[in-house]
Design a protein around this ligand. Structure first.
Ligand SMILES: Cc1ncc(COP(=O)(O)O)c(C=O)c1O
Length: 407
């Protein structure tokens, strides 16, 4: 193997991991050979993350999904508890609820922002409601103030799934840090990644942090809210009568190599996210004055979008008689590298449709606005590392729109 060639490629200007990722991983691997104390990568990652987000506690986990599972466990979700959640999101929010015996109660989206509509939440609250799970979709933070107000009134825990929203702000607060618990994902396509999979839970609440950490850490009784391991005397845990576990948990711990990569990504997270925000601007410019491509609407004074993708609603079928798929095919034929449709509505996926949770059988028509939005979304990539490629893609879009007509 030509190590020099590989290192050069990893460290190149266009390399995805061209910061300290490689150095950190090598340091970790090397530390396994020597006697000297190795760096506690998880402790460092959790502490740095908490500082950036502005939360007291951070718990590193092996995915956003496991983070959601642990967060809902910490919120006390168990058999028959209802969890209010959005309908325009990934299926993992519902999965995490269901795996705890909870019931996902889907709420429709706001037509303007596409996020959960706070005005519909209270209508769905019952005696069984225990938590509200929000999702900052495509990088736009949710309207959290009215949701926290409702939660306070009904004594509910709010969890914000900020998997797609890093360095997104709502009224000056870092998205995910303004709920009782925030959950992030470091899966490979996210704003920052811990290599391939990973996630983080944040909270200011010691009890919630302790429960989440224990659930994600196989339920070791000595675990606390804060990062770092509790070191017990060997004679204690070598004793056959030592009992280790007081909580039924799972092994959702992040591994040290992921943390080592994550730390390096975190060091330059501001610029990684800025690149997405800057790339989005090219697409914003491309769709300017186009009446049939409509982005998420929000008050720029209150929200800062983190542009996980640049998503628009396509109305060209109604205005121009060109279907979503025809537009997609034309964009690709013109040299575009494609865009994504919105993932299917969770309750319409084969895994959930026609299944009964609580009194509700899941099926079409439950959240009509989300169902309509889902069919229209076009999500353009913002994670181009080469700005020229993004400019090229936005230009292809602009030219196609001009050819069709903007009005
Ligand atoms: C909004 C949202 N929630 C949760 C997840 C799950 O995260 P992960 O893939 O890290 O399990 C994702 C990512 O796929 C996501 O986009």
């Amino acid at each position: 193997m030509d190590y020099n060639k590989i290192i050069k490629s990893i460290k190149s200007k266009s390399g995805k991991f061209n910061g300290n990722e490689l150095d950190n991983v090598l340091k970790y691997l090397d530390s396994q050979n020597s006697d000297h104390k190795s760096i506690d990568w998880l402790l460092e990652f959790e502490e740095s993350f908490a500082q950036i987000v502005g939360s007291k506690y951070a718990i590193a986990v092996n995915s956003g999904t496991s983070g959601l599972h642990a967060a809902l466990f910490a919120a006390g979700i168990s058999d028959g508890d209802e969890v209010i959640q959005p309908s325009l999101t990934v299926i993992m929010d519902a999965y995490a609820t269901i795996h705890l015996g909870g019931i996902p109660v889907f709420v429709d989206s706001k037509k303007s922002s596409w996020n959960i509509d706070p005005s519909l939440i209270e209508l769905k609250i019952t005696k069984k409601t225990k938590a509200i799970l929000t999702v900052s979709w495509f990088g736009l933070p949710v309207d959290m103030d009215p949701i926290m107000k409702i939660a306070k009134k009904h004594n509910l825990i709010v969890i914000d799934d900020s998997a797609e929203t890093f360095y997104g702000y709502y009224k000056g607060k870092f998205s995910g840090s303004n709920a009782d618990i925030g959950v992030y994902s470091f899966e490979n396509k996210k704003h920052l990644t811990s290599g391939s999979e990973g996630g983080m839970i944040v909270t200011n609440n010691e009890k919630l942090a302790t429960l989440a950490r224990k659930f994600a850490g196989i339920g070791y009784k000595h675990m606390t809210a804060s990062a770092g391991r509790t070191h017990l005397a060997k004679s204690t845990f070598q004793d056959p009568n030592y009992f280790r576990f007081d909580t039924i948990g799972l092994n959702y711990r992040m591994n040290s190599i992921s943390a080592a990569v994550g730390i390096a990504q975190l060091e330059r997270s501001k610029s990684l996210v800025k690149r997405r925000k800057d790339n989005a601007k090219f697409f914003i410019d491309a769709i300017k004055d186009c009446s049939w491509l409509i982005p998420q609407k929000y008050d720029k004074k209150l929200y800062e979008h983190s542009y996980y993708t640049f998503a628009v609603l396509y109305k060209g079928d109604l205005v121009k008689g060109i279907s979503w798929k025809e537009f997609y095919n034309q964009y690709k034929a013109d040299g575009g590298d494609g865009f994504y449709g919105n993932v299917a509505i969770p309750y319409l996926e084969p895994a959930l449709i026609n299944k009964k949770f609580g009194k509700k059988i899941l099926g079409k028509g439950l959240c009509p606005i989300s169902e309509e939005l889902q069919q229209s979304v076009m999500a353009f990539k913002t994670n181009y590392r080469d700005v020229n490629e993004c400019v090229k893609q936005a230009k292809i879009l602009k030219t196609l729109i001009d050819k069709i007509g903007r009005k």
